[in-house]
Design a protein around this ligand. Sequence first.
Ligand code: NAP
Length: 337
Amino acid sequence: MSALLSTMSSVARPVSGGAQGEPRSSLRLLPRALPLPLTLTSDADADADSDADSDADADAGFSVPRTMAVESDDPGRGQMTVDLTGRTVLVTGATSGIGAACAEAFAGAGCRLLLAARRLERLEAMAVRLREEPGVEVATASLDVRDRRSVEACVGGLAPAWSAIDILVNNAGLARGLAPLHEGETDDWEEMIDTNLKGLLWVTRAVLGGMVERGSGHVVNIGSIAGHETYPGGNVYCATKHAVAALNRCLGIDLLGTGVRVSSVDPGMVETEFSLVRFHGDEERARAVYRGLEPLSAGDVAEAVLFCATRPPHANVRELILMPTAQPAAIHIHRRG
Ligand SMILES: NC(=O)c1ccc[n+]([C@@H]2O[C@H](COP(=O)([O-])OP(=O)(O)OC[C@H]3O[C@@H](n4cnc5c(N)ncnc54)[C@H](OP(=O)(O)O)[C@@H]3O)[C@@H](O)[C@H]2O)c1
């Protein structure tokens, strides 16, 4: 295993909070790297900025509610979002698509990033770009999630400054082929099961113990609409994502009372390298998947992940299904022309 961990860049950003779930006064909802320019602030900030904000909101065409503070004995109550500044986030499969967008989103939210995938060169290039933002700390690891020993060595070998992972985004995954089961390639099946199911288990097992010990943490699984529905030729991919959905629910029960949360973000069609991988590099076939409709972007999904991660401590998103408007169900797709 190549538990090649490279950690760079010093922290310029002050870490403004303690354990996950502590309320903060100034709340930044959307990251710098995502296109929507909305920021939620505390009431005090909102008052100070009210004139400027109302102009900006009017320009944007819609009004943005400010943080709604509610009187309560529970410090977490009344808080719409949690500031993630300084949190350590591990994203698997960060070299492409949803994982790369999650890395950007969490960097924008002031998190410290542990990025893992097999293509280290890509990770390093991403890390260089992300570190251009002031205060962003990024560590990268070449990791194949199918290799249990590598996963254990990678997580177990983290330097003390990085070992307390606050948020795990289990994103690494893939589909291979779209053949009916009786014509399917068994190597493809093994790759999907080993990555989407067993890989997710290895990483979760390696990270979760520390979260439970610390009494805080959040596992966000990237599931799929294929974990809720089925479609022709989806057989083994759908089976792995149904398994992830079941694990997500079971894990929620196992973690009861520990302070650790688990969420699943389950998208429909997202335009990434997913179809290129599914069709073993056949670009034309991959492009055809998205022809005539507007699929989700990786950034759309990253924003949903960030939404889960910024819920206040008393609230947990168990499952979030995010679909393109043109795809209300797995096999119901409206294409133009
Ligand atoms: N795109 C969609 O329509 C869609 C819809 C629903 C759910 N999803 C799910 O979203 C997740 C991300 O997919 P995506 O759409 O962003 O596809 P993508 O662009 O192909 O990205 C997949 C990522 O997973 C990583 N990966 C694959 N096998 C790995 C392994 N053995 N070890 C470590 N990393 C591995 C890849 O990195 P390396 O190759 O560098 O290792 C890559 O970074 C997957 O779990 C997928 O099932 C996708």
